[in-house]
Ligand binder design. Structure first.
Ligand code: FAD
Ligand code: E1W
Length: 454
């Protein structure tokens, strides 16, 4: 169905906002976008640092729907697995999938956003920068924006607002003043700090480029993702309180001492550690839950504005992109906006809650388990079962990262599979000791054959 020139006003031209602007413009909507910050193509993005994200199949598929895949993938760096850096200096590549068709991609946030903005404008969307949503009069259909350069107010009329304004959503706050959304935030008692590994001579990568590097250290960890210009963005995740924490590691010098003790192989790769530590503020981590994402036919939220999550599964953007396609499809399917928004929320909220829970679980796994013998034995068994029961036993990481089945389905199957993996390997040190007859029977009894959505 095409709706000739029905109007949508989008708040935020970040990752979800710019992708949704493309999808809706191409489907005949008149899209106007308001973004708090300046145009990244004119003024440079944020502080100009290279901050990157892992793009997986869900996000790639959404980009494909928007005709944006080629532009984005041109500069993506393939990551075949996690490279685990042990405390004793040893390292091990743990592959994510069966071959190079099952990999993830490191992409540059600013480049991605710019590519999507270009395509959104080319598709007919109008993007207004330096317009921070301030207040909304829903009954009257007026919204006020502030230009933060001179504090000037700008009022506009709207029919419908879509909130893609991120974790601190101003639209969510405005909706909550009219009707309670059941908002609840759970902050993690850990925060993060971003650092950088520059290229070696002649722009070469200083560590393996085709991996997501992880330094698991029990209560905390470092990760590094490659950028196509030869750098890596390093992120340290650390508790806020305790013996080794943001409370005890305060100065750049103390951070250097922490790296010398716990990340000795990484320290020489990060020449600006002290300076960057002192200039980059720590980032907060948390999960945002809402009971409602919408207000009649007047407003709906998506992406981080609706369901911010901790980053440990690398799915926040992927999930936000999946939201965009789902909302565009529901707007096609329902003439009535209130019904489209209700159907969108019913489809997506259980899935957002599932990936939020899996992302929290993955923090403990990444920081404390990937270097354990029982973890590695369970991963070996997972691979063996995938071969023994194709389609029936599909590894957790594969369901989340390489398939597009609903997150809630991946979560429920993961819980069954995890219990089987734990029980089958309890007290064992190698696969040869596994009771295959029992295990094969359990797999058949408890897991149906799974097919990915077309
Ligand atoms: P955003 O990208 O935050 O965009 C919101 C936009 O709205 C911004 O442009 C902002 O300026 C604008 N805005 C805000 N307020 C207003 C206002 N009042 N008026 C107008 N505009 C406004 N996800 C992955 O998939 N893979 C990863 O590897 C990954 N790694 C991550 C690592 C870290 C450390 C963190 C913190 C997150 C990570 N994520 C990752 C999650 C990902 O960053 C988010 O899920 C994603 O950016 C959400 O997109 P969004 O469009 O909803 O919000
Ligand atoms: C990915 C910030 C971030 C981003 C990620 C991932 C992780 C750990 C983190 C999850 C993963 C890609 N992950 N990696 N290995 N096993 N699970 O897959 O994006 Cl901390």
């Amino acid at each position: 169905m095409n709706h000739p020139k029905r109007c949508i006003t989008l708040i935020g031209s970040g990752l979800a906002g710019s992708l949704l602007a493309i999808l809706l413009s191409r489907r005949g909507w008149q899209v106007t976008v308001y973004e708090r910050r300046g145009d990244p193509r004119v003024k440079g993005y944020e502080s100009g640092r290279s901050i990157n994200l892992a793009l997986a199949e869900r996000g790639r598929h959404a980009l494909r729907q928007a005709g944006a895949e080629e532009a984005v993938m041109a500069r993506a760096v393939m990551m075949r697995g996690r490279m685990v850096h042990f405390a004793d200096g040893g390292e091990q590549l743990q592959r994510y999938g069966r071959d190079d068709s099952e990999v993830i991609w490191s992409i540059h946030r600013a480049d991605l956003n710019i590519a999507l903005l270009d395509l959104a404008e080319a598709a007919g969307a109008q993007v207004h920068f330096y317009r921070r949503l301030h207040t909304v009069d829903f009954p009257a259909g007026y919204a006020r924006f502030i230009d933060d350069r001179d504090d000037s107010p700008h009022d506009i009329r709207f029919q419908t607002l879509i909130g893609a304004d991120g974790a601190g959503s101003a639209l969510r706050a405005a909706m909550g003043r009219v009707a309670p959304l059941g908002e609840r935030s759970e902050f993690l008692d850990h925060s993060y700090k971003e650092l950088e590994i520059p290229p070696a001579a002649e722009g070469a990568f200083r560590i393996e480029p085709h991996a997501l590097h992880i330094w698991p250290r029990g209560d905390y960890m470092c990760i590094a993702l490659p950028n196509d210009e030869g750098t890596f963005t390093v992120t340290l995740f650390l508790p806020n309180e305790g013996a080794t924490s943001f409370a005890t590691v305060r100065s750049g010098a103390e951070a250097r001492a922490l790296f010398a003790r716990d990340f000795a192989d990484a320290l020489p790769l990060i020449p600006n550690l002290v300076r960057d530590w002192e200039h980059h503020p720590p980032g907060l981590l948390g999960t945002l839950y809402l009971d409602r994402w919408r207000l009649g036919e007047r407003a709906v939220l998506l992406g981080d504005a609706a369901h911010a999550m901790v980053p440990f599964h690398g799915q926040g953007m992927n999930c936000a992109f999946e939201d965009c396609v789902a909302l565009a499809d529901q707007l096609d399917a329902h003439e009535d906006l209130a019904r489209a928004f209700a159907a969108f929320e019913a489809e997506r909220r259980p899935n957002a809650e599932a990936i939020q829970a899996m992302a929290l679980e993955n923090y403990v796994e990444m920081r404390d388990r990937v270097d354990d013998a029982d973890f590695l034995l369970q991963r070996q068994l997972e691979q063996a079962l995938q071969q023994r029961h194709p389609g029936r036993f599909v590894p957790h990481y594969t369901m989340v990262t390489f398939m597009r089945i609903p997150y809630a389905l991946a979560f429920s199957r993961t819980q069954i599979q995890r219990a089987l993996l734990i029980e089958a390997t309890a007290g064992k040190t190698e696969l040869a000791q596994v009771n295959w007859d029992w295990l094969d029977a359990q797999v058949h009894a408890r897991l149906s054959v799974l097919t990915d959505i077309a």
